[in-house]
Design a protein. Structure first.
Length: 272
């Protein structure tokens, strides 16, 4: 399994791929015209029928904390995250903060085991308030098929009495902030890591593939609101280019790190 270590200032970071796969990409971008889509992929040397896709879980070690951003697929992938953490010398009990960026199963699936027991016994859990309320409401759950609803009941509902819900941008541990990035889901949240003058903007699922830099209008089929998701992508791409930020994306091939450049009004993803 791919894991990649890097530093942001004084913080040690690890990007751990929970589920590397190769996919036919076009069906995932329903509003992309097929001929333009193929040309956009070729510009990144990608084969449209075989695009690498990762699930990059970020661990940040600060002087005081072991912080996980999302938990991957859990039982559905035989708890790859736990294996990856162990190979880095980290036991589940060492993780003391877990931020869940949004209510999709590939991000929260590793919170609990198959029987609903929490896998990280010492962790505080955090999530954006509106995101938690949307995904855990009976009104939402009643619209899902059994397995999707079961994933939420097994992983999120056991946190009901302990989850810390936030509703404004800001630090939740020193040097790590929640940043609104709505659209992929109602209150999908990005993460900014700052230490000793260096910054990492983890955009999670605000975009899924590098060619969305040139085409922020192409929405992933998982985007719950395409207009808001596109506006978020544009503002993130502009900010990343203007501020020369190191960017991380959950589904871009591991480690999912890169920079955004802008030329004549067109953004491009530059692999780190
Ligand atoms: Zn995702």
């Amino acid at each position: 399994m791919a894991t990649y270590r890097f530093k942001i200032g004084d913080f040690d970071c690890i990007s751990m791929d929970d589920d590397p796969t190769v996919r036919d990409a076009l069906p995932s971008f329903p509003n992309a015209p097929p001929d333009e889509f193929e040309a956009a992929l070729r510009a990144y040397n990608l084969e449209p029928g075989a695009v690498p896709f990762s699930m990059n879980i970020l661990l940040v070690k600060t002087p005081e904390h072991r912080v996980l951003i999302d938990t991957g697929m859990g039982a559905d992938r035989n708890y790859t995250l736990l294996t990856n953490l162990k190979s880095e010398g980290i036991e589940p009990g060492d993780v003391d903060v877990i931020f869940i960026t949004h209510g999709h199963g590939d991000h929260f699936g590793g919170i609990a085991d198959k029987d609903g027991a929490l896998l990280f016994p010492n962790a505080r859990f955090l999530m954006w308030k509106g995101e938690w309320e949307y995904w855990t409401s009976e009104a939402t759950l009643s619209t899902f098929d059994e397995s999707r609803a079961a994933g939420i009941r097994r992983n999120l509902l056991p946190l009901k009495d302990k989850i810390e819900l936030i509703d404004k941008e800001g630090e939740f541990v020193p040097g790590i902030s929640a940043v609104p990035a709505w659209g992929h889901t109602p209150y999908h949240t990005a993460i900014m890591v700052t230490s000793n003058g260096q910054r990492l903007l983890h955009i999670v699922d605000a975009f899924h593939q590098p060619y969305q830099a040139e085409h922020p209008e192409w929405s992933h089929r998982g985007d719950s609101n395409r207009e808001i998701a596109e506006a978020t992508r544009r503002s993130i791409l502009k900010r990343a280019a203007d501020e020369k930020l190191l960017v991380m994306a959950y589904h871009i091939p591991n480690p999912g790190l890169g920079y955004v450049t802008e030329k004549d009004g067109v953004w491009t993803w530059l692999r780190y």
